[in-house]
Design a protein around this ligand. Structure first.
Ligand SMILES: [Zn+2]
Ligand SMILES: [Zn+2]
Length: 391
């Protein structure tokens, strides 16, 4: 154990450099060719058996030791975002309009550092699957890997994933039992009316006024239909209609983000939004079409696995650096689909708080992953793996 700790510490600079290298070469969903090749070749060099191209650019590295029957999956995400970087750091993105603004470069580097350390470890007994997934940012890379047979090819008794969290002290761990992140559905409402001259509204059926009314009516779904003790979000993020002041358009379009922390609430939102939109449209003499594109499901952490993951952190950093039961988040995460199939837990590691650089929120042009977390995050994965196989 002491040896491992020293070895990991001695090599942490290498993985910080690797993180910077990935950071300066960001790749969007399903285009993580350079990143996944880098991951695969490192894993191979350390003795992992490597499966490339699962779910497009996904990689699984497997390490089997002894005769143990237990198997463990650890997941990191690899994709970047279409954001123009404004950090000014030396390792800033070399691609215009693309950056690692969610710290997936750091997640990949932490899991690789753990992979290197575990490859030198002869103590554990079982099968370890390291899952490097593409396209977490809305592309559903987890689902694509599962469609390609992820858990049939690489059966796991439990799966875990870690995401950094700005606003929380660096190296601090946050856990939560049960529902932890929201489902996220993408809804488009097209309001079809009859266009006409702006001077003669009585000869038209105005979809713009109907759409405006729908926006206001939608505000009552969460406040009047959802149990106040539950969480739900209905955000109208885009509204498009018309081009000229004296023309009544024939079409108005609304785009919504609809989120919930409970599958039943998610269903209720769909039912109420569809009913309300239909009734509103009818009252204005127009026709509305609702296109419901289901996104990520509710992320539910399993009790036993979360308890186990929590205990690993408590043993490692002590209770003052562990939040035992943090708040749920209205963001979404496609690791939720893996947790639908395999029990496990999704945990957070603080990226920095207060005035520190790490406090800048993810998806912001000024965000950067905190390099101090590479060592603590990697050590956490190593400790969790060893504890899991010692069960
Ligand atoms: Zn993100
Ligand atoms: Zn992310």
């Amino acid at each position: 154990m002491t040896y491992l700790r020293d070895a990991l510490t001695a090599r942490v600079g290498e993985f910080i450099q690797l993180r910077h290298d990935i950071h300066s070469h960001p790749e969007l969903a399903f285009e993580e060719h350079r990143t996944s090749e880098l991951v695969a070749s490192k894993l191979e060099a350390w003795g992992y058996s490597v499966h490339r191209g699962l779910g497009g650019t996904g990689v699984v590295g497997t390490l089997k030791r002894g005769n143990g029957q237990r198997s463990l999956g650890l997941r990191a995400d690899m994709d970047a975002l279409p954001i123009q970087e404004a950090t000014g750091v030396a390792w800033a993105s070399r691609k215009a309009g693309l950056m690692h603004a969610c710290g997936h470069d750091g997640h990949t580097a932490m899991l690789l550092a753990a992979a290197q350390s575990l490859a030198q470890d002869t103590e554990f007994d079982g099968t370890l699957h390291l899952i490097f997934q593409p396209a977490e940012e809305g592309g559903g890379g987890a689902v694509r890997m599962m469609q390609d047979g992820l858990f049939e090819l690489f059966p796991c008794d439990a799966v875990f994933a870690m995401h950094n969290m700005p606003g929380v002290p660096a190296g601090h761990f946050v856990f939560r039992d049960g529902a932890a992140m929201a489902s996220s559905d993408y809804v488009t409402i097209q309001v079809h009316g009859t266009g006409g001259h702006g001077a003669m509204p009585h000869r038209a059926a105005d979809p713009l006024v109907a759409a405006a009314s729908i926006v206001m009516a939608l505000q009552t779904v969460v406040s009047r239909n959802v149990d106040p003790l539950h969480t739900a979000v209905v955000t109208v993020g885009a509204m498009h209609a018309g081009k000229a002041n004296n023309v009544i358009p024939a079409l108005a379009t609304l785009e919504l983000s609809v989120r919930a922390l409970d599958p039943a609430v998610r269903q209720l939102l769909e039912q109420r939004i569809k009913a309300l939109v239909a009734a509103q449209a009818e009252s204005y003499g127009v026709r509305a079409e609702v296109t419901w594109k289901p996104g990520y499901c509710v992320l539910v952490n399993a009790m036993d696995e979360t308890n186990f993951a929590r205990q690993v952190a408590l043993n490692m950093v002590g209770p003052e650096r562990v939040t035992l039961h943090g708040p749920a988040l209205t963001g979404s995460e496609d690791f939720a689909f893996m947790l639908e199939k395999i029990p496990g837990s999704y945990l957070l590691i603080g990226n920095g708080d207060g005035d520190s650089a790490g406090a800048c929120m993810v998806h912001n042009p000024g965000y950067d992953f905190n390099d101090d977390n590479i060592e603590v995050g990697a050590r956490y994965w190593v400790n969790l793996t060893k504890a899991f196989f010692a069960h």
